[in-house]
Design a protein around this ligand. Structure first.
Ligand SMILES: Cc1cc2nc3c(=O)[nH]c(=O)nc-3n(C[C@H](O)[C@H](O)[C@H](O)COP(=O)(O)O)c2cc1C
Length: 191
């Protein structure tokens, strides 16, 4: 059973990306994965600060998120773009989780050997796709294997019904493709 962490890049209550992450979680659970769907609102973090880290170590929420990354085999990032790039919330989580806590801890232990998939949603026409370009690059540089499949949901304000489900079956199929590609790739690498 693949252990899948799903991380939205927005903590907004009505976040389109949190909705999309919930849909992806249901698909992955149905496909047999053990899903850990993170709500970033439950893991608020200060902006990464080297002096704070020096004085106090990792904040408790950073430690908890790092444990979730360490426990996962696969990670699905579901994030909007801000000014055509990764959101500060997502970058801040990636930065805190990248930090070592002891001298004998290997570098980037939470990332190396993990497999990732990418989803985004935005009210805009690109659907957050430009942010995924940067997210893919960052993750590749810290040892994550990012699968080629990705999906960006554009005009997101019009795409969910009142129950928070995707109205268009084609969009749901695109999410399913990303999730199943991620799970299949992870299973092959673990075999
Ligand atoms: C600072 C800022 C910059 C943004 N830049 C972009 C952008 O470049 N492209 C885009 O499609 N949407 C952009 N947006 C709009 C977000 O996509 C929109 O707020 C979206 O709903 C955020 O995702 P969420 O619904 O998951 O919270 C921006 C929003 C903010 C606050």
């Amino acid at each position: 059973m693949t252990k899948l962490l799903i991380l939205p890049g927005s903590a907004r209550r009505e976040s389109f990306n949190r909705k999309l992450a919930g849909i992806a979680a249901a698909i992955a659970t149905e496909a047999g994965a053990a899903v850990d769907l993170v709500d970033p609102a439950d893991f608020r973090l200060p902006l990464y600060d080297a002096e704070l880290e020096e004085a106090e170590g990792l904040p408790a929420n950073a430690k908890a998120l790092k444990q979730k990354f360490l426990a996962a085999q696969a990670i699905l990032f579901v994030s909007p773009e801000y000014n055509s790039s990764i959101t500060p919330l997502m970058k801040n989580i990636i930065d805190w989780v990248s930090r070592t806590e002891t001298d004998d801890e290997p570098d980037l232990a939470a990332y190396k050997g993990k497999v990732a998939g990418l989803l985004s949603a935005s009210p805009g026409g690109f659907g957050g796709m430009r942010g995924l370009v940067h997210l893919r690059s960052i993750l590749g540089n810290i040892g994550v294997l990012v699968t080629p499949a990705q999906f960006a949901l554009s005009s997101a304000y019009d795409k969910f019904d009142d129950a928070g489900q995707l109205k268009n079956p084609k969009d749901l199929e695109s999410v399913r493709r990303v999730v199943t590609t991620l799970l299949a790739t992870t299973a092959k690498l673990s075999a």
